[in-house]
Ligand binder design. Structure first.
Ligand code: ADP
Length: 482
């Protein structure tokens, strides 16, 4: 039987203390009791030795004196007297032992022969079958022996003090009670710690609030263990979360890459097929086609090639931003210069498409950034307003700047878009009106490039309706790029 499984730690500690306590109590009491009995026996022996000495003195005067002394004392004090010769043969006995009986094998007689005196605590007399306490003394040619009946009063007088027994008993009981509470307190800590360890090993979540430990060293150690465990659990869950995020990020990246590849294939096929069609027509009908018709096919092919170039440029910008942002160089630039440059390019649009530019920005907006990416933000937003808004005005405003950020608003007073598209227009290849966008040479990547450029510069961007109509983009840019 495995005691460790049957009894818990508290019970085992308590049982061990109990066994030890009561063992010590019994042994101490036993030693004391028997020592006291021994001392009392020696005192009784000394008392009887006085009679022995008197008897020996009487015997020195003559055997008859000795016998007379023995008879008198026996009558007075109820003490049995025996006179033996130095070989242990009985010469006289007040209790009628047959003369000539050999008592040389009696313990007290052997002791007296060896050391001059000796006693036997209790022995049954062969003559009257009563129990006696015997004390013997040897002097010259006599051994004299006195004996006292081993009756109840003698037994009582020889017993050890019972008060001592009670003292030990009370101390042991008090110690047992103390041990009970101490082991309960001590064992309680251990049991709680054990429950905690079992739950932690099984992967269950231990109820930390229930784990109250006693206010002592063991309790302190236990609380520290729990604290360390909690800190470890927290660190482990943070680490798991971190790795989970990394995995999710990686999965999302792969998903987007896959989506991008599919979309690119699809987007590239259209202009490539168009060019292929134009060229095949021209090649197989060159003798039938007029010069004007051939020029028309050449122009259509040229338009598709321009579309292809725009697509490849945008794809390369997006790939660079998402796959290798660390390779993009940053330098000190002033955004006022960038906005000026983009606004000047408005004159390159056909006059019918040109819009009024309303600029309200700070005098200078220095920033650590990438010039061409920052320019792509403004050029994409402005060209979108020109292409899709149908409005008259474009507004570029810088709001109150903070120590580390600029907030800029670019808007137009055109037709705007439905609010369900506000988030989606930043997705790659998302177009609201597919046909119109393609006709206008849109790649569906413009606002995705804008959003990724803003993120690269530590900012965020939202699209919303402009008060008074039109579409409004609000974005922030960090002054320092880390
Ligand atoms: P594209 O490169 O095809 O222009 P974008 O990502 O730049 O694609 O824009 C996504 C869609 O958002 C466009 O197809 C267009 O329908 C809509 N859009 C963008 N800017 C505006 C605007 N200023 N006003 C109205 N619609 C806009």
């Amino acid at each position: 039987m495995d005691l460790r499984r049957t009894f818990n730690y508290k019970t085992r500690v308590f049982s061990l203390i109990m066994v030890f306590t009561w063992l010590v109590a019994f042994v101490t009491f036993g030693i004391y009791y028997f020592r006291e009995q021994e001392v009392k026996a020696q005192i009784l022996d000394s008392q009887l030795q006085i009679y022995n000495s008197h008897l020996l003195n009487a015997l020195k005067k003559g055997e008859s004196y000795g016998v007379e002394y023995a008879i008198n004392q026996n009558a007075n004090d109820s003490i049995r007297f025996t006179i033996l010769n130095d070989s242990g043969i009985v010469i006289f006995d007040t209790h009628g032992v047959a003369l000539g009986t050999n008592h040389s094998d009696r313990r007290e007689v052997i002791e007296a022969q060896k050391h001059g005196h000796g006693f036997t605590l209790r022995r049954q007399s062969s003559s009257d079958n009563n129990n006696y306490f015997y004390s013997a003394q040897k002097s010259g040619k006599y051994i004299v022996r006195t004996a006292k009946a081993y009756n109840t009063p003698l037994i009582n007088s020889l017993q050890g003090e019972m008060a001592y027994l009670w003292t030990i008993l009370v101390i042991s009981i008090m110690f047992s009670i103390l041990a009970f509470f101490a082991s309960r307190r001590f064992g309680g800590n251990i049991n709680r710690l054990r429950d905690f360890a079992i739950k932690a090993e099984r992967g269950e979540d231990p109820d930390f609030d229930e784990m109250q430990f006693a206010n002592d060293e063991l309790g302190e150690i236990s609380s520290n263990i729990i604290r360390l465990y909690k800190a470890r659990q927290k660190a482990a869950s943070q680490r798991d979360k971190y790795y989970q995020n990394l995995i999710e990020e990686e999965q999302e990246k792969n998903r987007l890459k896959h989506q991008l590849t599919n979309n690119i294939n699809h987007e590239l096929k259209t202009p490539v097929h168009a060019i292929q069609g134009c060229l095949e027509t021209v090649m197989s009908n060159c003798d039938k086609l007029t010069k004007e018709q051939i020029l028309d096919f050449a122009e259509k092919s040229y338009e598709q090639i321009k579309r292809l170039c725009a697509l490849l440029n945008d794809i390369s910008a997006i790939t660079r931003l998402t796959d290798a942002p660390q390779q993009i160089k940053v330098e000190p630039v002033d955004m006022v210069d960038i906005i000026d440059e983009v606004c000047n390019e408005m004159s390159l649009y056909p006059e019918s498409q040109q819009m009024r530019l309303n600029i309200d920005i700070a005098e200078s907006m220095p920033i650590e950034g990438n010039y061409s990416l920052l320019k792509s933000i403004f050029s994409n937003l402005i060209s979108n307003s020109v292409t899709y808004s149908g409005g008259r005005d474009i507004f570029i405003t810088s709001l109150d700047e903070t120590d580390d950020k600029y907030t800029i608003v670019v808007s137009d007073n055109g037709i705007g878009i439905d609010e369900i598209h506000y988030d989606k227009i930043f997705e790659r290849f998302y177009r609201i009106d597919n046909g119109r966008s393609r006709r206008n040479g849109g790649t569906g990547l413009g606002l995705s490039i804008v959003k990724n450029s803003v993120i690269f510069h530590g900012g965020t961007i939202v699209a919303r309706q402009r008060k008074g109509g039109g579409l409004e983009f609000v974005f922030t840019l960090s002054k320092q790029n880390n």
